[in-house]
Design a protein around this ligand. Sequence first.
Ligand code: GLA
Length: 725
Amino acid sequence: MGITFDKSTQFFHLTTKNTSYLFGIFDNNYLYSPYYGRRLREGTDLKRLWQKYPSGFSPNYEGAPSVDYALDLIPTEYPAYGGGDYRNPAVGVHFEDGSRIIDPKFVSYTITDGNEELKGLPSLSGGDQTLEVLLRDEPSGVEIVLHYVIFEDIDIIARSARIINGTNEAIRVTRALSMSMDLPIADYDMIGLYGTHIRERQIDRSPLRHGIQSVGSRRGTSSHHHNPFISFVSKTTTEEQGDAYGCALIYSGNWIGVAEVDPFGGARVQMGIHPADFSWKLNPGEEFVTPEAVITYTHNGMNRMSQNFHDAFRYHLGHTKNRNKRRPIVVNNWEATYFDFDEEKLLGIIESCKGLGIDTFVLDDGWFGHRDTDNSSLGDWFVHTGKLPNGLTPLIEKCEEQGMTFGLWFEPEMISEDSELYRAHPDWALKKNGRPFCRGRQQLILDLSREDVLEYLQETVGGVLRNNRISYVKWDMNRHFTEAYSEALPPDQQGEVFHRFVLNLYRFMAYLNENFPDLVIEGCSGGGGRFDAGVLYYQPQIWTSDDSDAIERLKIQYGTSMCYPPQAMTAHLSASPNHQMNRVTPYNTRALVAQSASFGYELNPLHLTDEERAQIKTQTDRYREVSDMILKGDFYRLINPFNTNACAWMFVLPDKSKAYAVYVRQLNLPADPVKVLKFQGLDPEAVYHIDELDADFGGDELMYAGVALKHLWDFEATSFTLTKK
Ligand code: GLA
């Protein structure tokens, strides 16, 4: 295993437990990139894979040995514009004289043990080895450093690039992707996670076709609409077997994921910051660092691909103390009260949590400024004395009296026109003075690309956290960007607004983690509109969707699990009929679906019957019992809710001693063909006891023959708790 450079073949060979990633120096200059797949032995010379095509209309680069040598025909590691490769470049630069031509060629490399995190950007840590390859455009002096980190045991490679202005004039970087990879064969399906607000991360699987297929976001955040994850799988790949490539971007702003199928049957796969609406001025000597892309390959199907990402994000992403610990079971008051609350009502709700096994009460939107609906006060992070005349203290004390802690909602990146902040600083909103501007949910976006705005947030949000005993924060972000113009930046840097915003957002998140290390921060953006590895670096869990209906959540959580571990998803049991769907579902189903993630409640405990209170107590006890599996277990998708009338998944502890499975019926079918549930990931030699069936089974029987499913009516669910004997 490890990273090697073979001097005789001139190939870099990045080897993980089960995979090889090879690229080599071609014709002394260019990075030829022929292979990513199952592990190959050291010394394999893949130059033999290069085929000379008839090169009509593919111009030859200067010094090419023959007319067969054209960049248009060579699988290239990090392509640039101008030298006859007509596919999408990975990098673009504008020089002061208007030229955009660069021709990066190999200069040198270094291989070091371990890895260093990227400067100013979230990235993986704890890697085994790092490779850096230096490329230079000799005529100008622009340099590019390609950065690779391998994580051997989990078959993960992290990639990023640095663009260095080695010229003596300012340049503008107009495109700086995190990774580019030329797969020699394009015979794959592309998988993406598309969606909307209240219907996030639905799975789309479509065949690649000639031309460019891309997904991404130009909304300022990673967005509900496409998630920064793409995958390429063979036509026959299933959850359990077949080739699967995955690429995820550790970034929370505008992004793009592209596959370009060329006429010769190859596919160029790329991921990084969306080049539209982006440019970055680099003065001489300065460098631009791209976000990190995380890639993986397996021949064991989509589930293994997902498990590789889950392990990368559970064990190598971020430093929050709470990442792999059970997070509190919360009651959040949003769906219980919306904006309509006062001290008395909240004290009643907190009081009614007594005896339910709840850890934390979270006060949602409406506690600050004079906010009684969504048209005011964002930015005014001081208590709404109309509703809470005695401040937060009585609520905090009430929680503590009952052995609970207190949590609070913020939406730091926003500003309302009706706010003291806006009256004092109208130029702190992202918009162009003198032009009309959009409102989203009646609010504007704070120009967080500005240093003074960052300082204001650190002082005000930090102040509330410092002056009150707050153990939990829900961090929201409820609109997308328009008129992205900063009054603080000069004209030639307006293309930097989106990325500067994200960089300062990360600085702010890091500030809170450093200053309040015990605080659990839950990410949120109108539900799951910023569910990405960038946020997960700082915040261990994210509100998965504003749709809390258990049946809709099956698809949302199943889709989200393609890239993200279930412990990163917040899921709450909410009232029935459900507020988004008006659907009536059994308590047990709502519990089992929400308990498959970071669990909590979104309802008014004052409205519960005694029977329901008893059920909740059982559920919270139960969650404490299974939470180890939710946190540390390997996750298996068993039945797909997108193309069946059911859904099932399971968690297996890595030592296979315990497992927990959930099966949910969507709509009932007469004479239902689904009668058996087959488990995965168990020890075939072992005997497991299933609590719910009070019976023993062989691990082989459970995986290969399965268990009989009892009849379930619409929306009913059942669980299986397995213990190895
Ligand atoms: C967003 C969140 C909700 C709630 C509201 C409050 O929509 O996703 O959970 O916090 O904002 O305004």
